[in-house]
Ligand binder design. Structure first.
Ligand SMILES: Cc1cc2nc3c(=O)[nH]c(=O)nc-3n(C[C@H](O)[C@H](O)[C@H](O)COP(=O)(O)O)c2cc1C
Length: 179
């Protein structure tokens, strides 16, 4: 039997969503925000979309710097990822508080997070408000990845999936099926 849910609650029924750490440059200190609402949009040109509530401190940082990096985290740092999603860069230095390490990106001023396994360096291509969120569309100008993390498919890494309600899971590399 199916139950019907109020449309406003739809997002809970899309879980699990992969959680990513988005880094943004800032003249004082770079910031990190945890996002579950993000998606590839186009191969050519290479476009990636992130959806952000305008109340987030990172929102204005992206409007100002017009750049961001989408960093994919291994499950071993899930506690730090959760911290970045529950504290604002208005009040804390998230790199300092989590001990995550900023390293320079190739093409943008926003840093990569060393402990993450893959990184999309994006230049802001378009900004559009959809309801209560802003869709930032980034053109991917460089991709960096740990050399052992991918062998065409993701290998040797447990990624972070958000289940809602402050709960996370990962996938087990043992149950991959290739067709
Ligand atoms: C797992 C998780 C996923 C989140 N996904 C989003 C998201 O997709 N969009 C968004 O605007 N906020 C999202 N948030 C909330 C922000 O990460 C949170 O408000 C953060 O403290 C904002 O940081 P800032 O003020 O330094 O930018 C998420 C939080 C968590 C814990």
């Amino acid at each position: 039997m199916k139950i019907n849910i109020k449309p406003e609650k739809y997002a809970y029924y899309t879980f699990p969503k992969m959680a990513a750490l988005v880094t943004v440059a800032n003249k004082d200190r770079p910031n990190i925000i945890t996002l579950a609402w993000h998606s590839p949009l186009s191969f050519n040109p290479p476009l990636y979309g992130i959806s952000m509530d305008p109340k987030r401190y990172s929102h204005n940082l992206i409007m100002d710097s017009k750049e961001f990096v989408v960093n994919f985290a291994p499950f071993s740092i899930v506690e730090k990822l959760h911290y970045c999603g529950r504290h604002s860069g208005r009040n804390v230095d998230k790199f300092r508080e989590t001990g995550l390490t900023p390293i320079p990106a190739e093409k943008v001023n926003a840093p990569l997070i060393k402990e993450c396994y893959s990184h999309l360096e994006c230049r802001l291509a378009e900004t559009k408000k959809y309801g209560d969120h802003t869709l930032f569309v980034g053109e991917v100008v460089n991709v960096a990845a740990d050399e052992n993390a991918f062998d065409k498919i993701l290998k040797n890494v447990l990624p972070v999936y958000y289940l809602g309600e402050n709960t996370y899971t990962t996938i087990n590399n043992g149950v991959i099926r290739k067709f």
